[in-house]
Design a protein around this ligand. Structure first.
Ligand code: SF4
Length: 96
């Protein structure tokens, strides 16, 4: 349904007939780590994330996986080349 709280007019899966069903009855504002992200939307109520209602939670275990402004560092081998984690796991499982 369409949001009627912090992001009026935007589609939100947490919006119900009786209002917002998210934790505090509305989504939370973005945090400092979100600065520069392309998913930030500004409304009269403040700055919010267009894809996740609680940005602070999204950063608790490292980099937000929806972020457009930062990417996780890939592990590198001794020569400085990036290691493909999928191939590395495959090699490890074969015992090489
Ligand atoms: S996608 Fe992640 S980094 Fe971007 S605004 Fe939302 S929570 Fe913040």
């Amino acid at each position: 349904m369409e949001c009627t709280t912090n992001r009026p007019g935007a589609y939100c899966k947490f919006m119900g007939k009786n209002g917002c069903t998210f934790v505090a009855g509305a989504c939370f504002e973005v945090i400092e780590k979100c600065d520069g992200c392309g998913r930030i939307v500004e409304t009269e109520a403040g700055r919010f994330c267009s894809v996740y209602p609680h940005p602070e939670m999204k950063w608790q275990r490292g980099i937000c996986n929806f972020a457009t402004h930062v990417r996780p560092e890939l592990p590198k081998d001794a020569s400085g080349k990036a290691i493909n984690p999928l191939k590395a796991a495959k090699r490890a499982s074969k015992g090489r």
